[in-house]
Design a protein around this ligand. Structure first.
Ligand code: G
Ligand code: G
Ligand code: NA
Ligand code: MN
Length: 253
């Protein structure tokens, strides 16, 4: 209950911030996309709680609805700003309750109306386990998102239980390979095979791939050799505040 009370105040006092982590094109090293990640910082700018701690509290208490709305508003505004300077596709994480909420699609439509032409610069991330809760309902919400013109990716792929027969029914664009597989792929042959298999599966379904949690040059090379399209992880950059992100991009090339 302590976190819930504090979170309520944090939302009202604007203590939350979106950070952005770049994703690199593995062929040419260019950066044209990022993932937004929520941060709750204290006065010294250090994390007060990790999203791993407070997102579940927000989900259970229902605070995820106003919080998720703030995340969408903020990420759309940032993507719209970048679009006028250095276009950046911005991926936004969705939680289960947010995705299933009756006002979610109307909210997306309002943001689309507020920022005309923003669609190609927004990607929505949903986890595999979320989609499997109510498959037919998930598919219709995903289809509505796609019909609005936004891209969709499955986050943490490989950790949930999505059956392969559903995967082809999902109107998605991209699989994000969970970092637990990437972590060990250079010293564990089975993890390497798994990542390779996921990438082949994605390609055969016409889906793009992103590897998360890439921390070493060896991992990057291994992923390049099996044609993983995008690379995300500390090797490229940690998640950065919007200001630090702009500085990072300015010095990147
Ligand atoms: O960035 P970090 O590793 O601390 O994120 C931890 C978890 O919190 C990840 O699973 C991530 O998807 C989730 N998360 C981060 N930001 C958001 C957000 O804006 N909305 C939701 N629903 N989850 C988020
Ligand atoms: O949404 P998702 O569950 O994929 O969240 C990604 C999480 O992974 C975030 O908490 C982010 O801070 C974290 N992360 C991003 N890059 C790396 C990395 O290279 N190594 C590790 N250990 N974590 C990472
Ligand atoms: Na994510
Ligand atoms: Mn993930």
């Amino acid at each position: 209950l302590k976190i819930e009370t504090e979170l309520r105040q944090a939302i009202n006092n604007n203590e939350l911030e979106l950070f952005y982590q770049p994703k690199m094109d593995s062929h040419n090293g260019e950066i044209h996309s990022c993932e937004s990640l929520l941060r709750w910082l204290n006065d010294e700018g250090r994390p007060r709680y990790s999203p791993v701690e407070f997102i579940p509290v927000a989900e259970q208490s229902g605070l995820i609805i106003p919080l998720g709305e703030w995340v969408l508003e903020t990420a759309f505004a940032q993507a719209n700003h970048w679009r006028q300077h250095q276009p950046m596709v911005t991926a936004i994480n969705l939680s289960q309750r947010q995705f299933q909420h009756h006002d979610f699609l109307p909210l997306l439509q309002r943001l689309k109306d507020k920022y005309p032409g923003i669609e190609p610069f927004i990607e929505l991330e949903i986890t595999e386990s979320l989609l499997m809760q109510d498959v037919s309902c998930s598919i219709s919400t995903m289809q509505a998102i796609k019909d609005m013109g936004f891209a969709l990716s499955i986050d943490d792929f490989g950790t949930g239980y999505s059956s392969l027969s559903y995967l082809k029914e999902f109107p998605i664009d991209k699989l994000k390979i969970d970092r637990s597989f990437v972590m060990d792929m250079t010293n564990n042959k089975e993890d390497q095979m798994l990542v390779e298999t996921i990438i082949q599966l994605a390609h055969s379904l016409g889906l793009a791939t992103v590897a998360e949690g890439v921390e070493t040059q060896d991992q990057l090379q291994a992923l390049q050799s099996i044609h993983c399209a995008e690379i995300q992880g500390y090797l490229i950059s940690r998640p950065l505040s919007a200001q630090d992100y702009a500085e990072f991009m300015a010095s990147y090339y």
